[in-house]
Design a protein around this ligand. Structure first.
Ligand SMILES: [Zn+2]
Length: 342
């Protein structure tokens, strides 16, 4: 620095002060500048009791994830397009610093044997009590329709990825429980109707979630699995979430109440949402409390060629993402308390 050049120095300093906020706000992938990690602190202030969140749910990022999935084309199980989607999801999770694994299996479907793989990313907690955060990532097979599934399921995959990023980067403290992100393969039926093809091998849907319940059972992890949150069809730009009647009431209540506390009273409504089964059902049958966040009956583009990106909004994904993230500590507190669960 040249001390003899005070005016230039002041102008330079002014430019930095003006430009700094511009530089940070101009970067859509970062909500806040990164917090310095580790090292020695010269600050005399005591450490804050609550960690300052450094990463927030970013709707623009979620929208990017929706676009990327749609760009792959229709993504039914055992296709190159779904393999690309799987690699994309896995790479994203790895970029958040998460350990990624695959639960690979062969499902017998009305179209014969299909190779499938659930994707698993884990945020380790202080305990091995598990809360599962889930979505399916396959699109429904249609012989004669270009079905890209912007809301079903690209938006829920995108929201789950953003939730994963916030959970892995949002705090330097370990969570109380372990959060496991699960992206299920083969939720959709191969037949036109969801339960049209009855066969001796089981229903023609929820292949991935049913398989994963058997994995938890084999690994003796079912007893640690305290709750499951399922995202499915929750990115509509006219979002309104009714209550799925199969879902576990206390878990649903925590999320609905949290959403309303965040001001989303018109989103988390009390009307019943008749769903008739989804990826949470095999877990409910196995005794795992589970909730489905889904807008099925008032989504007119469901399983239609016009389930396209213009139906999905960054804001809707953020509302659901923020609500789930704000609900998690309450759910974790509930499932780790000593009293018996309701
Ligand atoms: Zn569907």
């Amino acid at each position: 620095m040249n001390k003899g050049n005070g005016a230039i120095y002041r102008v330079g300093l002014l430019a930095i002060v003006i430009l700094l906020p511009v530089l940070f706000t101009a970067c859509p992938k970062n909500d806040l500048p990164p917090r310095p990690r580790g090292g020695m602190s010269t600050s005399p202030r005591p450490a804050p009791t609550k960690p300052i969140p450094i990463v927030a749910f970013n709707g623009t990022r979620a929208m990017d994830h929706v676009k990327k999935q749609i760009d792959f084309g229709p993504r039914p199980p055992d296709t190159p397009e779904l393999a690309k989607t799987r690699a994309y999801i896995a790479d994203e999770l790895k970029s958040y610093g998460l350990k990624v694994s695959f639960d690979e299996f062969v499902a017998v479907t009305p179209q014969g044997e299909k190779k499938m793989a659930n994707i698993i990313g884990e945020i380790p907690g202080e305990t091995n009590t598990l809360i599962l955060l889930t979505s399916h990532y396959d699109t429904k097979y249609y012989k004669d329709m270009q079905f890209v599934g912007a809301n079903d399921p690209a938006a829920s995959v995108a929201t789950l990825l953003e939730i994963g990023r916030v959970l892995s980067k949002g705090s330097n403290e370990k969570p109380k429980v372990t959060y496991r992100l699960l992206f299920f393969d083969g939720e959709e039926a191969f037949c036109e109707g969801w339960s049209e093809c009855e066969n001796p091998n089981g229903p023609d849907n929820t292949y991935g979630s049913r398989h994963y319940v058997s994995v938890l059972r084999e690994k003796d992890e079912l007893k640690n699995t305290a709750a499951l949150i399922l995202l499915d069809l929750m990115g509509y730009n006219k979002l309104e979430l009714g209550r799925d009647s199969l879902s576990t009431r206390w878990l649903q209540d925590i999320i609905w109440q949290t959403g309303r506390e965040l001001g989303h009273t018109k989103i988390f409504v009390d009307r019943e949402e008749g769903v008739g089964g989804d990826d949470h059902e095999p877990f409910l049958r196995a005794g795992v409390p589970a909730v489905d966040l889904i807008q099925l009956n008032s989504y007119p583009h469901w399983h239609k060629a016009d389930d396209t990106i213009d139906k999905v909004s960054a804001q809707s994904m953020k509302i659901v993402g923020d609500t789930v993230l704000a609900s998690l500590p309450k759910i974790a507190a509930k499932v780790t308390q000593k009293e018996p669960k309701e």
